[in-house]
Design a protein around this ligand. Sequence first.
Ligand code: F6P
Length: 319
Amino acid sequence: MDRIAVLTSGGDAPGMNAAIRAVVRAAVMFDMQIYGVYRGFHGLIEGDFIEMDASSVGDIIHKGGTILKSSRSEEFKTKEGRMKALSNLEEKGIDGLVVIGGDGTFQGAKELSDMGIKTIGLPGTIDNDLHYTDYTIGFDTAVNTVLEAVTKIRDTSTSHEKATIIEVMGRNCGDIALYAGLAGGAESIIIPEDPISTDHVITKLKAGKARGKQHQIIMLAEGAGQAADLQKILLEKAKMNARITVLGFIQRGGDPTSFDRILASKMGIKAVELLRAGETNKVVGIKNNALFHMDISESLTASRLFDHDMIKMTEILSI
Ligand code: F6P
């Protein structure tokens, strides 16, 4: 294999640039020709490729977003779209591809692999919702972004002696809320994996108030509900006037943490090594601090034991 390509797809995540850099530089080291594909699968269909070299990825390891841009392609879900992508890859003589993204991206990677393009996936999503791996690229940065916001919100909520509901991203996975909630000293964490009743939230808020707490934080994952709805319930059921903050897309941006840069760098090199070894239809993950690879399909159905202890810890630490 001497000609490969790299793309980023789906929701962007801090550390994607560090992963692109690692893929490109490893390919150059191994004397491979390397192309970048703009806007994920959309760019594959449009034939929007750029040849890259070691300098194409200079000065990007510390930057959020993705220099290759990203998109969610509906056309790639059709057979016609995928055939166009295949013919563009074949025309350029590209027979290996590294895709960086979440579960939708991995589905696309599997399709391409079935069509004969050697494909390796790297987990890039802030949600940490790919359960085959302990961590995805971008998650640690997102947690730290949320934490920074929590710290600021605590100041104002202390001054005004208010409770604040902070709604964070995570469609099907509460990891951002869980990690940022524990690290940020939240009173309650509400996530899809372990939903707690509003009565329990109210009991905790009342207990906190009774022992003189000056502020209280309720961390809510978007997958478990909306902050505005919870605010209404607290008002109706307990006459409690909580403030709400919906953090939104701020969580997807920013300079990646050292953790995400290192994870992305290790995984990027590993992906190129796998392609060199003739592997296809694989994703790279990390478990117990060691990199590994497995079949894409298996990765998509993998389940992770939910860490209920983290919720218990929050209960203990927020009395
Ligand atoms: O990247 C994951 C994620 O941030 C989810 O948590 C969120 O629901 C979704 O993407 C929203 O992004 P978009 O509007 O780009 O689909």
